[in-house]
Design a protein around this ligand. Structure first.
Ligand code: FAD
Ligand code: PHE
Length: 535
């Protein structure tokens, strides 16, 4: 625990990261790696210097481009190349656009690689985002929403009323607060309170004299006092924790919830290790979502590129062949084998799927495609008969973070006050290998630990997506073992007339922003080649 609170002094980096992962799960691990500079942070990521193409750039020529995949990257390539008059044809295996930007609504049907089919039974108007759910203000995703006229609304990514919940494990005892739901507001008041008390005392006892001059020492005490809500240098609780008796009119001043748990209990709970999530450059509020579901962006992109005139759905690609002066793509449609010939091809099929297709790519390309590893993650949407989280817990959007295998419960940031609602009951890889009917039983059991029996009583129906079992994804996103090395660099270059794009070829893996950036890079590369050399 002491190691996770600071820098990994005295602990090897790998062991330190293992400990962080054990406490906070994948999101904590990702955030910590970013903070330690082990992942490229956006500050040192490649800059987007994209110049949109214009009509006339091609001087009358209209090179034909086969784009494989109608996810964010593929549609963006078609949209941007289309602006200059490229003759774009998109082949998509699924029956609609979006790829991983998938919103699940009533009637949606998915068959996983085990052959298990689910049909969504949510009420009309209810939905959940099985893939991307949040967009930070600084991502290109917002700019495309503006350009395409996709309405956005706040996505509540942090809520003082949400809970933290740590259950003891075989290796960790979380102390008196184990198996107790603690609101974000209470955890923050207590963690900041005690840390600030320690700081103020350290100054008082001269422990920081070698580091601070007298004036800075005074300033630090002042800061600690306000940040921690201290009284006379001590943390004794305060109204940031909430009230055990509410304030009212007249002579009802209310009673502040307290006293706070001891400093030792708060440290042992490790709840403070959760706060880093909200500090993340890509997770901090404000956070946004398209009104009506994340797939509204790809729907708008698909319209903008010309709809079914340009996109063929239910057209799984089976082979890609460089022909010397162009590319031949083989695919299936309406039960028949077909081919599409083009001058160039842009492949946005995830590498875990692409490497199983037939191609005459160079051995180096095939070796590079074998490197990325598909991440194990999935999400379940649970419809409840009543929005008990709003009515009973005053939770309107936001997240409960837990070390239970559900990892997080995400309350919907839309449809407030409606009768029914769909929340995300888990965001985790722990359910991927649980049979579909048993997933809900387990997720509800976990939810009951936090919310009580109401979670079972109000359960209505559910739908779950396990990304490694989605046949056209085979993973939620990719990781590059050992970092973005030679394989990553190789795939940034075309193989013959075939270009590769997708969030996996950006420093924004697991973000639509990465798919937009990668698409724009390939559009620039392809256009530069098309306008300077004959195809
Ligand atoms: P994809 O969307 O995977 O597109 C590839 C396309 O290729 C798909 O449409 C697929 O059907 C198609 N295809 C596959 N095989 C074939 C074939 N043989 N023939 C033809 N077509 C084929 N991003 C955010 O911005 N915010 C978030 O909060 C966020 N959270 C996420 C949470 C989860 C659980 C997941 C899974 C992803 C999340 N992301 C998030 C990341 C985001 O989904 C991706 O970055 C983005 O959707 C990737 O777009 P893409 O076009 O690169 O890939
Ligand atoms: N972008 C995804 C999300 O926000 C995956 C991710 C999680 C990426 C945590 C980084 C950190 O859920």
């Amino acid at each position: 625990m002491e190691a996770t609170a600071g820098t990994p002094d005295g602990v090897s980096r790998r062991r330190f990261l293992r400990r962080v992962g054990a406490v906070g799960g994948a999101t904590a691990l990702y955030g910590t790696m970013e903070a330690l500079g082990l992942l490229a942070s956006p500050a040192n990521a490649e800059q987007d210097t994209f110049e949109p193409l214009r009509e006339g750039d091609l001087n009358g020529a209209a090179p034909k481009v086969a784009i494989l995949g109608a996810g964010t990257a593929g549609l963006t390539v078609a949209y941007e190349l289309g602006k200059a008059g490229y003759d774009c044809h998109v082949l998509e295996a699924r029956s609609k656009p979006g790829g991983r930007a998938m919103t699940i609504r009533r009637g949606d049907r998915l068959t996983d690689t085990d052959g298990v089919t689910q049909v969504c039974q949510f009420d009309q108007g209810q939905y959940y985002n099985a893939g991307p759910s949040r967009i930070p203000s600084h991502h290109l995703t917002i700019d495309y929403c503006r350009e395409l006229g996709v309405a956005i609304e706040p996505m509540v990514n942090a809520n003082a009323q949400g809970f933290y919940y740590h259950e003891n494990t075989t290796t960790t005892d979380y102390g008196p607060l184990a198996s107790t739901r603690v609101t974000h507001r209470q955890a923050k008041a207590d963690v900041y309170g005690y840390i600030c008390e320690l700081l103020a005392q350290a100054v008082d006892q001269g422990a920081l004299d070698e580091l601070l001059n007298a004036q800075d020492a005074e300033r630090l005490v002042e800061l600690a006092s306000s940040l921690g809500g201290l009284s006379g240098g001590r943390y004794v609780g305060n109204n940031r924790r909430g009230y055990s008796e509410p304030r009212g009119a007249g002579d009802q001043p209310g009673v502040v919830a307290g006293p706070p748990p001891s400093m030792s209990a708060v440290l042992q709970s490790q709840l403070g290790t959760r706060f880093a999530f909200e500090f993340g450059f890509d997770q901090a509020m404000m956070m946004w979502q398209p009104v009506g579901g994340m797939d509204r962006i790809s729907a708008a992109l698909a319209d903008a590129v010309g709809g079914r005139r340009r996109i063929t759905y239910e057209a799984p690609v089976t082979a890609i062949t460089n022909t010397g002066d162009g590319v031949r793509v083989s695919y299936r449609s309406n039960g028949r084998a077909r081919t599409l010939d083009a001058d160039y091809c842009v492949v946005t099929i995830p590498p875990m799927v692409l490497r199983n297709l037939s191609s005459n790519f160079s051995q180096a390309t095939k070796d590079a495609l074998a490197v990325p590893v598909g991440a194990n993650s999935g999400r379940m949407g649970i419809q409840f008969k009543r929005r008990f989280w709003e009515e009973d817990f005053d939770i309107y959007g936001g997240v409960t973070h837990t070390n239970l295998d559900v990892s997080g419960i995400y309350y919907p940031s839309y449809g407030y006050f409606q009768r029914t609602g769909v929340l995300v009951g888990y965001y985790s890889g722990a359910y991927t290998n649980i049979p579909v009917p048993d997933r809900a039983t387990r997720a509800v059991e976990q939810g009951v630990k936090i919310h009580g029996e109401v979670y079972r009583e109000e359960y209505d129906n559910s739908f779950s997506v396990a990304w490694p079992k989605e046949p056209y994804s085979l993973g939620a996103w990719v990781s590059w073992p050992g970092g973005r090395g030679a394989a990553y660099q190789h795939l940034l270059q075309p193989d013959g007339n075939v270009y590769f794009a997708g969030d996996h070829l950006s420093y924004y893996t697991a973000w639509q922003n990465g798919a937009f950036l990668s698409a724009r890079k390939v559009v620039t590369d392809l256009h530069t080649r098309a306008t300077t050399t004959a195809p």
